[in-house]
Design a protein around this ligand. Structure first.
Ligand code: PLP
Length: 400
């Protein structure tokens, strides 16, 4: 036998994501013409600072805690005070009754998703995970590497809410879980309460028919990033018992590099104790035990904090208003920090290449399961947004 390595992982490592590719192109252009002249809307890196309380708490922790306390291992599933603080915060906001042992601390939503899939999926059993277009492209990596197949359900093309006729045909006896993401990356759409209710009903019905529970996995890095008073993000565990929440503080606290989030397995979830054990086991098998300890201590004190998201709202309002006026067909973004619109030609890749002539860096949404659409991440300064508008207008005019 030759010197073999895991070719599947080798491929994953060699193929750069489209978003990274564009970001690298942006770096090159920034060097060539100056950062202020490149309108880079490619990456979902929060642009507002972390809340003041975060900086203050880090300083206090450094001054008051011993190095061993601060940098030592915590319990594998996360420090008790951290899990307790998160439970109390959710209970006060949603009237739930969670406790520390419902939570497993992880390195952001990515780890939360992969560990949860590791807990639910039996490799080789032909199981399927259904998600809705458009979706975060890493879902495919997480689902396939856990040994299941990712099945796309096509959302309503006008509203990007769930299309229940389509979903109904995608749910089969092989379905292990339905993965939702609201507010959504890349559309910014929040699934309405009625949609969550209908989803819960459908899954209850199918679970009974197939004789096994279909779980909901809800990926919630953008939970707190909504901009209109009337937009309510339903807390899914209240509508469907067998819901597992995959949360991240990356966006709500503007700290994606700190890698912190959690998995919530409510008591009401079918086989809750076994699933929690399997989450601990998957965390162990995947090497995700004991999330970073200093940031866990921070979360214990800042669980209810949220960055000032008003800048995102302002950016959304300016962009949505201007782009719609220029003739782009945009999906109204309730939250997150993405604007999603139809490319002005069939091939979104060709459209995004043309946008580069105007120094606009946009992401074609083919890998999100929606060919012909484009994602724009507006987590940049408002000044950049305002400066970019003539470029969007010129790009639109070039198609007239
Ligand atoms: N899920 C979605 C929908 C995302 O947009 C992201 C990151 O942008 C993640 C998961 C991964 O989040 P994290 O950086 O917390 O791992």
């Amino acid at each position: 036998m030759g010197n073999t390595i895991n070719t599947q992982h080798e491929q994953l490592g060699k193929v750069r994501s489209t978003i990274r590719e564009i970001f690298e192109y942006g770096n090159k252009r920034r060097m060539e013409i100056g950062a202020e002249n490149v309108f880079d809307f490619s990456l979902g890196n929060p642009s507002v600072p972390a809340p003041e309380m975060v900086k203050k708490t880090y300083m206090e922790l450094l001054q008051t805690e011993s190095d061993i306390e601060l940098h030592g291992y915590t319990s594998a599933q996360g420090a008790l005070p951290t899990r307790k603080a998160i439970a109390e915060n959710l209970n006060s906001r949603y009237g739930t009754a969670f406790h520390a042992d419902n939570f497993y601390m992880t390195c952001g939503a990515a780890a939360s998703l992969r560990v949860t899939l590791g807990a639910l999926i039996t490799p080789g059993a032909g199981e399927e995970v259904v998600t809705f277009t458009p979706y975060f492209p890493e879902y495919k990596v997480f689902v396939e590497s856990s040994g299941a197949k990712l099945v796309e359900s096509i959302s309503d093309p006008e509203t990007f809410q769930i299309d229940f006729t389509d979903l109904s045909s995608r749910i089969t006896p092989q379905t292990k879980a339905v993965l939702i993401n609201s507010p959504n990356n890349p559309s910014g759409v929040v699934i309405r309460e009625e949609g969550i209710r209908q989803l819960a009903e459908l899954l209850q019905e199918r679970s009974a028919i197939y004789g096994h529970t279909i779980y909901i996995m809800t990926d919630e890095p953008y939970r707190e990033l909504v901009y209109d008073a009337e937009t309510v993000v339903p807390f899914v565990t209240k509508y469907y018992d067998s819901t597992i929440v995959c949360y991240s503080f990356s966006k709500s606290l503007s700290m994606p590099g700190e890698r912190i989030g959690y998995i919530l397995v409510p008591d009401a979830c079918d086989r809750a104790a076994d699933i929690y054990a399997a989450v601990c086991g998957a965390g162990r098998a995947l090497g995700y035990v004991c999330a970073p300890s200093m940031v866990q201590k921070l979360i214990a004190r800042c669980a209810g904090e949220v960055s000032d998201v008003q800048v995102y709202k302002k950016n959304r309002d300016i962009l949505y208003g201007a782009l719609t006026e220029y003739g782009y067909k945009c999906v109204y973004p309730d939250g997150a920090f993405y604007l999603f619109f139809k490319a002005l030609e069939e091939d979104a890749g060709a459209f995004c290449n043309k946008a580069r002539d105007y120094e606009l860096l946009l992401v074609p949404a083919d890998s999100f399961g929606t060919p012909g659409y484009v994602r724009l991440a507006y987590c940049v300064s408002t000044e950049q947004i305002e400066k970019s508008l003539p470029a969007f207008k010129a790009l639109a005019d070039s198609y007239k």
